[in-house]
Design a protein around this ligand. Structure first.
Ligand SMILES: NC(=O)c1ccc[n+]([C@@H]2O[C@H](COP(=O)([O-])OP(=O)(O)OC[C@H]3O[C@@H](n4cnc5c(N)ncnc54)[C@H](OP(=O)(O)O)[C@@H]3O)[C@@H](O)[C@H]2O)c1
Length: 331
């Protein structure tokens, strides 16, 4: 089968299209003919072997030579003990902690965070759902405990146009909150179309000096800090970021139980797969009901994955960057 492989850390040039053996499903696995995946900023950091990413992606050389975490495809074979899925089923989800979706075929555990793909959701949309939303939802619902009527500020809302930010704006609205979105002006139309109530252009003003206060400040792109944002919090307000630093790791440990202002980070990739699968089915149902729109910036064919990585490295993507693989039956 064809797959995008990298044997060393580095620039997008380390990514190569290679012929590799098609995996065979183990007892509790399914084999998928893969039609779409995404390139996330977490994976491009993993490709570069940058900073904290080395802890997970490999200290000396890539632990996962085939990246890609979202999968949207068709079951073409199952392991002997598989009951949840059958050949011909169309599914969407995450391949789990070992990546491997930048390939024509991928094996996924039966109990992985995957769910059936309903009609009218394209392969590309499906892969994009398995991107930002599965990070934004647990941050807003579990860590921020966002309630109807509360006021949230989403930084990186053009991140609001990034994968996590664009999901956070829509899901925060769906949870009944008032949303102030911080993005560059060029993304204001997009962020407003996602439901944001107020918009701040961070290229023109410092949103931490607005003098306003919020129940939640969610930094979807990790470009601010608790120290800069705590003045924006109500006395019981919560600051959340997606990007680790020693400061926020310490604060997470020290203040996680406080009823007063606090700051924290979460690592949504480490959540129990069954919980992630529940969230996936929930967000897919919102797509079906028109309450959630996966934002797709660009799509690239598998052979141009290095180009896709080069674009994500700019930190200017709006929504998800999707890789289409063997487009398969029209949807
Ligand atoms: N902790 C976790 O569990 C977890 C899980 C997944 C991802 N992450 C992390 O979450 C972060 C966001 O991921 P993503 O895929 O959504 O990122 P992304 O799509 O690459 O974010 C791109 C967006 O960020 C905005 N942006 C860039 N610099 C900014 C700044 N200084 N202030 C405000 N916005 C800025 C850009 O909008 P403009 O062009 O308008 O500036 C762009 O639309 C990544 O660092 C990723 O590693 C963490």
């Amino acid at each position: 089968m064809k797959a995008i492989v990298h044997h060393t850390f580095g620039s997008p040039e380390v990514l190569h299209l290679e012929d590799v053996p098609t995996p065979a499903p183990q007892t509790h696995e399914i084999l998928l003919r893969n039609h779409a995946t995404t390139v996330t900023s977490a994976e491009t950091a993993g490709r570069q072997g940058k900073g904290f990413a080395r802890l997970y992606f490999g200290p000396l050389r890539p632990r996962f030579e085939i990246l890609g975490s979202a999968v949207a495809g068709e079951v073409v074979a199952t392991g002997a003990a598989v009951e949840r899925f059958a050949v011909g089923d169309l599914v969407v989800g995450g391949v789990g902690p070992r990546f491997g979706a930048l390939a024509e075929f991928v094996c996924v555990a039966e109990n992985a965070a995957i769910t059936r793909l309903p009609d009218h959701v394209s392969w590309a949309e499906a892969a994009a759902v398995a991107d930002g939303a599965l990070t934004a939802l647990p941050f807003l619902r579990d860590h921020a405990d966002l309630q109807p009527g509360q006021h949230i500020l989403v930084n990186g809302a053009s991140g609001a146009s990034g994968a996590v930010g664009s999901a956070a704006v829509q899901l925060a609205k769906h949870l009944g909150a008032t949303v102030t979105a911080v993005s560059s002006g060029r993304n204001h139309d997009l962020v407003r179309s996602l439901g944001a109530d107020d918009l701040i252009d961070y290229t023109r003003e410092d949103f931490t000096r607005s003098g306003k206060t919020y129940d939640v400040v969610f930094d979807a792109v990790g470009k601010s800090s608790y120290a800069r944002c705590k003045r924006l919090l109500t006395p019981t307000g919560r600051y959340l970021t997606t990007v680790p630093s020693l400061g926020i790791l310490a604060r997470t440990l020290l203040t996680s139980r406080s009823k007063r202002r606090r700051g924290s980070i979460a690592f949504t990739g480490l959540r129990p797969l069954a919980k992630v699968a529940e969230d996936l089915a929930y967000v897919i149902s919102l797509v079906e009901s028109g309450d959630y729109r996966p934002v797709i910036d660009r799509t690239y064919p598998l052979g141009e994955t290095a180009e896709a990585h080069r674009y994500v490295d700019t930190e200017r993507k709006r929504g998800s960057v999707v890789i289409t693989i063997d487009p398969g039956p029209e949807r």
